[in-house]
Write a protein that binds this ligand. Structure first.
Ligand code: GLN
Length: 490
């Protein structure tokens, strides 16, 4: 196996045994990125910084007792602040923004010895499901370069799938880690709301945003979670709660197997007109779970169909407020030609934001405006409460909810132009965020045309351990324990 194909676990072992240096591994990753440049997984690369971090990691490794990610090349979604390194959030608005500090998760990764390779491509301000909403080059699906890689953490998923890093960080507001992970055949993990600090994450919708890893296998996701989770006094939404050892949870989960675990299949998810290939691959995965000893029950999440409508009001409302800071004065692109203040604001924002972001700001501002607040924002919040109720009832009957991640396969680039038809494809991932639950996407098979298909797992708040238990067992049964795949275009 070549170096770039290694999982975090494999590379960490090779590094600890001094079979390979972090400097060599980092150089191998940059060679791989260069060879797969056309995938456009990165907006910014930091070769110099990465090689310096790798050299430092090699010294720590030589001294012994190195931290868990010491010397491991990792990609960061461009929505997370990196000190001294361009952070654009995929927007012209921030085309020149160089943060003066690291996001907490980035700081934690660096402290754990990770080598930050660069900043992964994304939909502008994390708004999108295809990664086509960007002022930069659109990332391509490594399994078929004519197809979308999903979004909004598309570059993170593509980079992991194409072995252009060992793992990546993404963010998930309505599915942006799980959906691209599903389309690119990698593991994507959205932790419980509050589990991971969002300090230094450029905010999209603050009641929904959560940071999480995209990895080549389940154990690597656990390794990343161990590093990034935990209370942060700089993020008031981060919970004061101990972080269990997620790698141990994986290992124990494998020992326990699936016997005694109740898995719920939400009836409504399967009545939505799923792509038949998605349906088949998911059904086959469910059979394996049963063969592994799990008990299956049918559950009902009756308000699923309202999730998309509620989300696109709530997320847009929060975005319209969060994005007010990009006014050409406090932050962001400024139109230097404007000769008076108001024109400067409006021209800067007109030029800096792309069309999808403008659409959301307009919808969000409208939904919050006096006279409309009750009809839209309040109504959406009420639906949110009903969706939380649905989950409460369902999770009293089962331990883990099993479903597809998204109703369709990845589609050809440019094939969907209508925003509403794209919004609809988020129907299975959005409810997780509305309820603040942990969710993950696990590769479970392929379409006949060779596109990856993921399985979604959801559990109660802070029950990441249950997701890892199911995922580790299924991954083992599918023979994907060191899943790297072999995208045709690698
Ligand atoms: N596709 C959803 C949206 O466009 C989710 C995005 C996300 O999770 N960041 O809002």
């Amino acid at each position: 196996m070549t170096i770039h194909q290694l999982t975090i676990g494999q590379l960490a072992t090779a590094l600890a045994n001094r079979e390979i240096s972090s400097t060599a591994a980092t150089a191998a990753i940059f060679a791989r990125i260069e060879a797969g440049k056309k995938i456009n997984a990165y907006i910014t690369l930091d070769r110099e910084g990465a090689l310096a971090a790798a050299a430092a990691a090699d010294q720590r490794l030589a001294a012994g007792g190195a931290p868990p990610l010491c010397g491991v090349p990792i990609a960061i979604k461009d929505a997370l602040c990196t000190k001294g390194l361009l952070t654009t959030s995929g927007s012209k608005m921030l085309a020149n923004f160089v943060p003066s500090y690291d996001a907490t998760v980035v700081e934690k990764l660096r402290a754990a010895g990770a080598v930050i390779v660069g900043k992964a491509t994304m939909d502008e301000f994390a708004m999108g499901s295809t990664n086509e909403n960007t002022t930069f080059a659109v990332p391509l699906n490594p399994w078929n370069l004519d197809y979308i890689c999903g979004g909004s953490s598309g570059g993170s998923a593509a980079a992991v799938a194409a072995d252009q890093c060992m793992a990546a960080l993404g963010s998930d507001t309505g599915g942006s880690i799980r959906q691209p992970a599903s389309h690119c055949g990698v593991v994507g993990f959205k932790p419980t709301y509050g589990r991971v600090s969002r300090y230094g994450l450029l905010a999209f919708a603050s009641s929904l945003d959560q940071v999480g890893p995209l990895t080549k296998n389940v154990r690597d996701a656990a390794l990343m979670l161990n590093v990034i989770c935990g209370h942060d006094p700089r993020d008031s939404t981060s919970v004061r709660r101990g972080t269990p050892d997620f790698v141990v949870a994986c290992e124990q989960g494998l020992q326990q197997g699936l016997t005694g675990l109740r898995l719920g299949l939400p009836r409504e998810y399967f009545e939505l007109g799923l792509d038949p290939e998605v349906q088949q691959v998911v059904a086959a995965a469910v059979e394996r779970l049963v063969a592994g000893g799990a008990e299956i029950c049918e559950i009902s999440l009756p308000r699923t169909a309202y999730g998309v409508a509620a989300y696109y009001v709530i997320a847009a409302a929060e975005a319209s407020s969060n994005l007010a800071r990009y006014d050409g004065v406090r932050f962001g692109h400024r139109d230097l030609a404007a000769d008076e203040l108001e024109a400067m604001y409006s021209r800067s924002r007109s030029q800096g934001f792309g069309s999808e972001v403008k659409r959301r700001i307009i919808i969000g501002t409208y939904a919050l405006s006096s006279g409309y607040y009750d009809a839209y924002y309040r109504k959406a919040s009420q639906i949110r409460t009903l969706i939380i109720e649905d989950y409460r009832r369902a999770l009293a009957q089962c331990d883990v909810i099993v479903s597809p991640v998204t109703p369709t396969l990845a589609w050809p680039l440019g094939a969907k132009g209508d925003p509403l038809s794209i919004y609809q494809t988020d129907i299975l991932t959005i409810p997780t965020n509305l309820a603040g639950l942990p969710g993950m996407s696990l590769p479970c098979g392929f379409s006949r045309g060779g596109l990856p298909i993921g399985l979604q797992l959801q559990a109660g708040h802070f029950r990441e351990d249950l997701l890892l238990r199911v995922a580790a067992n299924l991954e083992k049964s599918l023979g994907l324990t060191d899943f790297k795949g072999s995208p045709k275009n690698k």
